[in-house]
Design a protein around this ligand. Sequence first.
Ligand code: PLP
Length: 410
Amino acid sequence: MNYEDFFAARLEDLHKGGNYRVFADLERVVGSFPKAKNYTADGSVQDVAIWCNNDYLGMGMHPQVLEAMKVALDSCGAGAGGTRNISGTNHYHVLLEQELASWHNKDAALLFTSGYVANMTALMTLGSKIPGLVMFSDELNHNSMIEGVRHSRAPKEIWKHNDYNDLHRRLSQYDRDTPKLVVFESVYSMDGDIAPLEKIIEVAEHHNAMTFLDEVHAVGMYGEYGSGVAERDGVRERVTILQATMGKAIGVIGGYVAASHNLIDFIRSYGAGFIFTTSLPPTIAAGALESVRYLREHNELRIRHQERAATLKARLQALNIPVLPSVSHIVPVHVGNAALCKQASDDLLNRHGVYVQPINYPTVPVGTERLRITPTPLHEDADMDHLCAAMGEIWDRLNLPRSITAAAAE
Ligand SMILES: *Cc1c(COP(=O)(O)O)cnc(C)c1O
């Protein structure tokens, strides 16, 4: 086999389908969020407004978070110095795990190097170590959950997205005594819809199943204290295992799960992706700790965040630009074609200094390609004026779809 030819041919497939990924080469600028510098291919540097940030609340630049990280850097140094078991448990890890557990009203929490690793490790551990466990996974679950379920090798049922009747039917096929785990998310980040948590939990409880809830796109942003949709909906005590990231609204990096003492101790003791890796740097734990403490106390940030999202949805709709029916802070705009979606994104960047990454297959199904816009509390009205004018110009010039159905029928 000619290996180089093989790689080149598979990359060419991606280019042909308009699915080859190009990363914007950005430099974030403290104090200027959501503005950043963009290093272009021709060697110049352009100022851009970022509209697809997962640092949803700007906490990655918050002065208190930065200060906490500087203090930890000067006192504890750069790296953690080991795995958690072999000298790598820093006091900041312990404090952060306590803070996260108390935030979610759970007995205990456990840190991972990312949300991806948290999902993979927790699901693999439960699925491979609980004899006879069957997994029930929502069809739109994130790749990290799909891979965790798959690598656990536990038998699985994929239920229709958010459809608790389908979940009920599938759970009904198994005895009450069969161990079961229902795996789902609260906020689905590509469509911006929110799962009916109470209904899903009710069905799971009826069948004596455990629940595993990914709140990655909700922590920091929902509930009066910001611990997520389970808090907002008053059901967090009924969720068996809660999983989230510290890389999005918390603004740093890392992931975690929160649950009962025994369940957390079980994953701590058997989870390979927790045990066999160097722990997060103390600076990261200190920054996340400060960020969570801040977020717990500042509901006004969440109110402003929701207002910004609602305002942007209304303004785009007024321009006859097709916003998908999101009930969350995510503003997905339908394009429905991979090449046009990339073109729209390129033009926004090159002509208008607005950065919104195109979302194409395989992240979303073919025909539903979109621009996924994430306004933050730090996007001002003037930023929104600029974005809306740019989107209007591009929709006219590229003759992009004006409704979701019209585009799907093309
Ligand atoms: C981003 C994401 C993750 C992974 O979290 P990281 O901390 O970025 O690894 C997990 N689940 C969902 C739904 C996500 O969107």
